[in-house]
Design a protein. Structure first.
Length: 288
């Protein structure tokens, strides 16, 4: 049986359209580690079933001083029929003057907004990017984060203006699609990680994996919820036995983590690494 991997346009559930101004620049990003270009290839994203890509790359970050790229590789998911349990990717090689691309990649991130909530987005895999120099070395750049917590893709748009000199297709094996219906939750249970800082500006997935204890018992259809207005949760001494999990992207750092909704117990919503919030009856009713 073949299947088609969804790569449609990013779905947006707007909770507000007015944004305030950042009060200061966001945290500095680390400098990317330089490695052999052979270590870079199209690969499944970190949120597809497992926390890390199959082929580890040198650590990503800003483009190092003295690294002069001669080509940029952009790897996108392709929307085509492929073999079962694979994801199709298309690798594009662009060449030309990359000075403006490097400038945009190394631009500082903006701080989170000091007022007014930003839109909430579904989680869709971003393009994979790496830069190659004339010595056969490569780096994986990170994108600066905008004021609403989403990556600023201006550098990617600038890359796509350059001359595309090569294009290759790849089929990357993943876990059975029946076990993972969408990219916004994993069928493998992990305990929530409770933090103390309040969560704001999260990019929340739309599909939830359901668990009875640690056993995956199903996947929901798309559910669009926002947690921005939920009150902080109080102390909890009751362990949840039924949970629903999806993924989220934090405003900083821009990595993908789990968000857990406790369907019994203390009925908390827990974005990994942040303070729990109290689930509303409206949210809980979505899972009944």
């Amino acid at each position: 049986m073949t299947w088609r991997w969804p790569v449609g346009a990013l779905l947006v559930a707007i909770t507000a359209v007015t944004c305030g101004s950042p009060t200061s620049l966001g945290p500095a990003r680390p400098v990317a580690e330089i490695g052999s270009a052979e270590a870079f290839r199209c690969d499944r994203g970190p949120h597809i079933d497992e926390p890390r890509p199959k082929f580890p790359r040198p650590n990503p970050g800003t483009v190092p001083d003295g690294f002069v790229p001669v080509a940029a590789i952009v790897c996108d998911q392709a929307d085509e029929e492929v073999e079962p349990n694979t994801v199709p990717y298309r690798e594009h090689r662009y060449e030309g003057d990359l000075a403006e691309v490097v400038r945009l990649l190394n631009a500082p991130s903006e701080s989170s907004l000091s007022w007014s909530p930003c839109p909430t987005y579904s989680v869709v895999e971003p393009s994979q990017i790496w830069l190659v120099d004339d010595r056969g070395r490569a780096v994986e750049p990170t994108l600066p984060i905008g004021e609403c917590g989403m990556p600023n893709s201006s550098a990617v748009a600038e890359i796509r203006k350059l001359d595309m000199v090569a294009e290759f297709d790849h089929d990357v094996a993943v876990i059975s699609y029946d076990r993972l219906r969408v990219s916004s939750c994993s069928p493998h249970y992990s305990d929530p990680v409770v933090g103390t800082d309040p969560a704001a500006g999260l990019t929340i997935g739309y599909t939830y994996c359901l668990f009875d204890g640690t056993v995956n018992v199903g996947v929901t259809d798309e559910i669009g919820i926002s947690i921005e207005d939920l009150p902080p949760a109080g102390p909890c001494s009751i362990s949840a036995t039924r949970t629903a999990t999806t993924t989220y992207v934090a405003a900083w750092p821009s990595n993908i983590r789990n968000l857990t909704v406790e369907l019994d117990g203390c009925h908390r919503v827990i974005p990994d690494g942040y303070a729990p919030r109290q689930a509303s009856e409206e949210i809980l009713s979505e899972f009944r």
